[in-house]
Design a protein around this ligand. Structure first.
Ligand code: ATP
Ligand code: MG
Length: 352
């Protein structure tokens, strides 16, 4: 089991170190780690945010554990040299088209949610967002109308195979959860959404044990704050998924707690190849102070064990250890506490 570890910038190395300590505490047999440069640190050392050797390392690994990229001193660089390009480049090169973001309430943290505690406490969902198509990757242009008004446009398009593969990811995920997929679109207005619905229906026929409902995105945004406990797997396109996944994360609480996986279709001998990272960024404002909360990265490592290495039991053990540490009152600065990064890592290791 080969893991490419890419700590990146800012708090990335601090939180990644704690996730590695947690993996180490599990004493998994046959784990080999490779470490590479990515982001601003890679630009300074190699002249590019995603050097060839880093890409090669990621390609030959079974999974990538990613910290964060982003470095204010790189803001004046040309667009293709900025640290943020590294994660886009990795997703594209490794064909990671499915972004999974679980959002689950933690006991005792309901008061941090933007929602009422009894509503927030019921959240246990995962957003499955398509990552490589949609309006973000369609043709774009700026120009003028015939009568001289400035105009801009972006083409929104999905091909059936792009919808089919992300739908399979969602139905498979539902099979390991509560067996329900909510597919989110805007089929009353958009042609892409009508295709989306058609293909999702076809895929659903292959999963008779999973229930499927369709929901318009405006209604989904409303239901996500009204009754988030009703969602299990939320399947959606790139644009709607971008918006809904940020909304869902704030329903749970802190940015320092939320993990993500980006998966492709490639199977290794252990599971699905994927890239795992916390949803937060490099947090330059607190970098180097040792006060970042590493839980999001630790939980990302748990997702890695689940999806890329088929080690559900170990993944669940890590998740229980994090939940226990929170229940015992461990609080990083993002949760209004003062426990530092290393202390939180140690507390999670002890509870394993
Ligand atoms: P980037 O451009 O890298 O995304 P950003 O500043 O836009 O950086 P984040 O890095 O996610 O966004 O940080 C947003 C805020 O949340 C910052 O104030 C940061 O200190 C805080 N924050 C982010 N992650 C953590 C964490 N793991 N622990 C504590 N605070 C965090
Ligand atoms: Mg950011």
């Amino acid at each position: 089991m080969k893991i490419a570890v890419l700590p990146g910038d800012g708090i990335g190395p601090e939180v990644t170190r704690e996730a590695l300590r947690v993996l180490d505490a599990l004493s998994l047999p046959g784990l080999t780690l490779f470490e590479g440069d990515v982001g601003g640190v890679a630009y300074r050392r190699h002249g590019h945010p995603l050097p060839d050797e880093t890409l090669a390392m990621a390609r030959q690994a079974d999974a990538v554990l990613f910290g964060a990229v982003g470095d204010p001193s790189c803001d004046t660089l040309e667009a293709h040299l900025r640290p943020e390009q590294a994660v886009l480049g990795l997703r594209k090169d490794l064909d990671l088209f499915a972004n999974l973001r679980p959002a689950k309430a933690f006991e005792g943290l309901e008061d941090l949610s933007a929602l009422r505690p009894e509503i927030a406490g019921a959240i246990d969902l995962v957003i499955v967002r398509e990552l490589t198509g949609d309006v973000y990757f369609g043709e774009k242009a700026r120009g003028q109308t015939e009568d001289g008004r400035r105009e801009g446009w972006d083409r929104m398009a999905y091909a059936e195979d792009e919808v089919r593969r992300i739908a399979h990811t969602a139905f498979r995920a539902a099979g390991t959860r509560r067996g329900k997929v909510t597919s989110v679109d805007k089929a009353n207005v958009l042609e892409t959404s009508r295709l989306w619905r058609e293909v999702v229906e076809e895929v659903a026929a292959e999963y008779p044990d999973i229930s499927l409902e369709h929901m318009y995105v405006d209604n989904a945004a409303m239901q996500l704050v009204r009754d988030p406990g009703a969602f299990d797997v939320v399947l959606t396109g790139n644009l709607f998924g971008d918006i809904l996944s940020d909304q869902a994360s704030m329903c749970v609480g802190s940015i320092g707690l939320l993990a993500s996986a980006s998966l492709g279709e490639r199977q290794t001998e252990y599971g699905t190849f994927g890239l795992y990272e916390p949803i937060h960024g490099s947090a330059p404002d607190i970098a180097g102070k040792g006060i970042a909360n590493p839980m999001a990265t630790i939980l990302s490592a748990a997702m890695m064990l689940r999806h890329s290495f088929g080690r559900e039991d170990d993944a669940a053990r890590i998740e229980r250890a994090v939940a226990a540490a929170l229940a015992d009152g461990l609080r990083g600065g993002d949760l209004g506490g003062s426990d530092n990064c290393e202390a939180i890592g140690t507390a999670v290791c002890q509870r394993l």
